[in-house]
Design a protein around this ligand. Structure first.
Ligand SMILES: [Zn+2]
Length: 128
């Protein structure tokens, strides 16, 4: 019985399976995953900011030994924000925003030529 071999092979194919699933997962699953990652980081940012507030206040009251921790938190928070921005980019690529009326902001079907709410003419191929 090459039980050990089987186990390690099982683990290997499991890892590969996870990779394949990652690749094949629908955009919806992917964007849900990304949104989860975003909210995780947003929580961290929130925690960091409130910790920063505390530390800055302690510093203000005369405790000088927090400078290093403050710098560390500032840097990680900024990194987190950059990660969030790039994750949001990825989400947006997965779910391109439907066109919206430039006048009243009503969401429109992709091929709409006129706004169904206010009748504004929709310029074609003009996004952003
Ligand atoms: Zn409109």
């Amino acid at each position: 019985m090459d039980f050990l071999k089987k186990v390690s092979e099982g683990a290997k194919s499991l890892g590969e399976g996870a990779k394949t699933i990652g690749k094949k997962s629908s955009d919806l699953v992917e964007s849900t995953k990304l949104k989860f990652e975003i909210s995780k980081r947003e929580k961290e940012v929130e925690n960091n900011i409130s910790a920063l507030g505390n530390l800055v206040y302690l510093q203000f009251k005369g405790e000088k030994e927090h400078e290093e921790e403050i710098q560390r938190l500032l840097n990680t928070t900024k990194e987190l924000e950059e990660e969030i921005a790039s994750l949001e980019d990825q989400v947006e690529k997965l779910n391109p925003k439907p066109p919206a009326c430039p006048k009243c902001n009503t969401e429109l079907p992709p091929a709409a030529k006129f706004c169904m709410n206010c009748g504004e003419k929709i310029a074609e191929e003009e996004q952003n």
